[in-house]
Design a protein around this ligand. Structure first.
Ligand code: FAD
Length: 504
């Protein structure tokens, strides 16, 4: 298992001389790689194409109030408390006092979810959810608690999975799973203010055998459902970007922004980067490079000296888009509607709506994360112009929250369509629905170095689409460079080539 480097023992003297390493990308993977390499005594320089650091951790700050003013998380917004590596760096960087609760989907009884008869409050939804869920089952002779379990599991998956993926998973919750659950006493798992929900986390924690007997696709998706609806998720009070910023401030090597890598040439004893800075393009010869940019960006570049298997994984790794749209509101109007936080499942083009805490000065207003979409829904929004996109979200969300259409309620809008952003062309790698062995094979192929070129980033990890995965991959890459012996590997490669040639 990956562990921060100071916890790993190596044989005395096994660590080589300082190396000069160029890291491409100042997202969390690039920054952690640089930080760990420097701690091992190596010299590091970071090259970032955009004007900012942090990559897919992006906190948008609305005008007024400065750093303490209202902000929206347009990239990563929460950390499951079990993400050990992420929590380790938060503590190591002195950000522990920033850690606070993140309230998630359905955590507030007053939040909404859609039904065929309109929006329902979470606290009142159980009867309709159960009726609608049971109506789709071939056999309805289950115990009440079993149907309640199925209905809430189905509602959670519907709120988290992209629409098309949900349709496939919905069928898997059917007979097989319910037959298993029907034999278990669910009374201890009833929760919610009126005891009309089932605590899915406690249930699956106590009954791992049920989980392992779930249909395969559902079993693999459960991790995300449980992570995203957990009651132990946290956030950073002053914005998630405090993590990459603090990390960057601890790196001694230069972090250059506005330098876009446009080509990579892997040679036997160097890696040559072609870099565009404004209108100028230049080359840079490097001993070692760690590439943390998403494969969606890499596959658009000129790549030479890569082997065919590596090119295949660069071109074939699947990414999903995500689009987030935040409204800076005059006031936290949802609080008057009884909602103190968490999120609603709005459905339609809007999908999820989050109510971040309005901790700051009320005179500065409050932020509503109006829409968070992934997959094809995100693409649909991402294809619209910014004005059209904001109008669609505003129109759809006003059905649930008519306060939004009051004159002067929305002071500003900020959004990001990650699928259309040139520095990522997607939000994250998705390996849902794949067998564990295939997932691991893809991860290894993604992370496999090419001579002096190493790879990190969420796409090279066992936890894709999370900060945790990006950090895991960064620590792995730092290890690999630390132990890399270029000459030994070249001699080995030469021996392999001569064997393949049939020469002695
Ligand atoms: C909408 C959204 C919500 C998310 N929510 C969560 C969440 O709640 N919790 C969580 O843990 N994770 C979440 N994630 C995932 C998490 O943000 C990522 O897994 C993680 O930040 C990826 O880090 P990375 O360093 O691998 O990649 P990136 O952050 O993408 O870093 C790559 C860097 O390379 C730069 N770059 C790209 N091209 C070039 C080039 N040609 N030359 C030079 N530099 C280049 C980019 O600008 C970027 O800074 C979310 C992601 C998105 C998009």
């Amino acid at each position: 298992m990956t562990a921060p480097l100071q916890e790993i023992d190596g044989p005395d003297g096994a660590i080589g001389r300082p190396k000069k390493v160029t890291v491409i990308g100042a997202g969390i993977a690039g920054l952690v790689t640089a930080y760990e390499l420097e701690r091992l005594g190596h010299h590091v320089q970071v090259i970032e194409g955009s004007r900012d650091i942090g990559g897919r951790i992006h906190t948008h700050r609305f005008p007024g109030g400065g750093a303490a003013g209202p902000f929206a998380e347009l990239g990563a917004m929460r950390i499951p408390a079990g993400h050990r590596l992420t929590m380790h760096y938060i503590a190591e960087l002195g950000l522990q006092n920033q850690v606070c609760e993140f309230r998630t989907l359905f955590s507030d009884d007053a939040a909404y979810l859609p039904s065929s008869s309109g929006y329902l409050r979470v606290r009142d939804a159980h009867e309709t959810l159960v009726d609608e869920f049971a109506a789709g089952l071939p056999n309805r002779h289950y115990r009440d608690n079993t149907l309640l379990f199925g209905a809430w599991l189905d509602a959670s998956i519907r709120a988290i999975a992209p629409r098309q993926f949900y349709a496939e998973l919905h069928d898997e919750i059917g007979a097989e799973l319910l037959n298993l659950v029907d034999h278990i006493d669910l009374a201890p798992y009833r929760c919610g203010s009126a005891g009309n929900r089932i605590d899915l986390h406690a249930f699956f924690a106590d009954h791992p055998q049920v989980r392992s007997l779930c249909p395969p696709r559902l079993e693999r998706f459960l991790d995300d459902v449980l992570d995203e609806t957990s009651s132990t998720i946290v956030r950073l009070r002053n914005g998630m970007d405090t993590l990459p910023r603090r990390l960057a401030s601890r790196i001694r090597g230069k972090i250059s922004t506005g330098q876009e890598v446009v080509g990579i040439d892997v040679r036997d004893d160097e890696v040559v980067l072609r870099i565009r800075q404004g209108v100028r393009t230049f080359t840079r010869s490097c001993d070692y490079v760690v590439c943390t940019i998403p494969f969606t960006v890499l596959r658009r570049m000129q790549l030479t000296g890569f082997d065919q298997d590596k090119l295949d994984i660069v071109h074939q790794t699947k990414y999903w888009p995500a689009t987030k749209i935040a409204f800076h509101c005059r006031e936290a109007f949802w609080e008057k509607d009884g909602i103190s936080g968490g999120a609603s499942f709005t459905g339609g083009h809007v999908r999820q709506t989050y109510y971040p805490p309005a901790d700051g000065d009320p005179a500065l207003g409050a932020v509503l994360l109006a829409s968070y979409t992934i997959g094809p829904d995100a693409d649909a929004l991402g294809r619209l112009s910014e004005t059209e996109r904001n109008a669609v979200v505003s129109r759809e969300l006003s059905v649930m929250h008519p306060e939004l259409s009051r004159p002067g309620m929305v002071l500003g809008v900020a959004g990001r369509a990650w699928g259309a952003r040139r520095w990522s062309w997607g939000a994250a790698t998705v390996r849902w629905g794949q067998e564990a062995a295939l997932r691991e094979a893809e991860r290894r192929a993604a992370a496999r170095p090419q001579k002096g070129l190493f790879f990190a980033g969420e796409h090279c990890s066992s936890k894709p689409a999370w900060i945790e995965g990006a950090i895991e991959s960064a620590i792995d890459a730092a290890h690999e460079i630390e132990w890399y012996e270029p000459r030994a590997s070249r001699v080995f490669a030469a021996a392999r080539t001569s064997r393949a040639d049939g020469s002695a």
